[in-house]
Design a protein around this ligand. Structure first.
Ligand SMILES: [Zn+2]
Length: 190
């Protein structure tokens, strides 16, 4: 279990709220990962459109082993682009894109970059701490406290809520527990 720097978790909540405000959304509203990506200048591209990603690599990533990768961040010239695995469910793709957005928001410098065969393409790789931070921020961006409270108060099923917020039920349950919203609601009912 990673210990985050002091104040990191509340900073994530504030950041989730600030982006919603910037995009004209209310605190408990779903924040589509694509909208955030566009807002922070992260281009999302179709895997077939990446120059320099060889046909064999594409085949390996998407067909031969379609579940082994979720999303990759690439540096193409001066711009960062992200490719999300199109073979995954909508909720998973949204989680994965939000995770890549989180790396950008956190200004993470890749701990290493893998250069593809042509040399024009760099695949970003991050260290464990950076991955844990991106996971936490992505989860807070998708499901900030205000959203969790709305979900619990409205009484929608976790399946429906996961669908509305384009995330997984696993992440929803995790956030309800980690933020204490579950407990808070149970106390209110009791
Ligand atoms: Zn990552």
């Amino acid at each position: 279990m990673t210990t985050f720097r002091r104040g990191f978790k509340s900073w994530c909540e504030t950041t989730a709220l600030q982006f919603r405000t910037a995009l004209g959304l209310k605190a408990p509203d779903p924040l589509p990962a694509e909208r955030l990506a566009a807002h922070i200048g992260l281009r999302v591209v179709d895997i077939g459109l990446i120059p320099g990603l060889r046909a064999e690599a594409l085949q390996q990533l998407t067909v031969a082993d379609p579940t082994s990768w979720s999303a990759v961040m690439l540096t193409l010239g001066d711009s960062k682009v992200v490719v999300v695995n199109p073979s995954h469910s909508d909720g998973r793709q949204s989680n994965d894109l939000m995770h890549e957005c989180a790396h950008v928001v956190l200004n993470h410098a890749p701990s290493k970059a893998l250069r593809a065969a042509t040399g024009a393409l760099m695949l970003s790789a991050y260290d464990k701490r950076q991955e844990a931070e991106a996971d936490w921020l992505a989860a807070a961006l998708l499901l900030p406290r205000a959203a969790l409270l709305r979900i619990v108060q409205s009484g929608v099923s976790s399946e429906e809520a996961a669908c509305q917020y384009r995330t997984s039920q696993v992440l929803l349950r995790m956030r309800l527990n980690q933020t204490g919203v579950n407990l808070q609601m149970r106390r209110r009912v009791a």
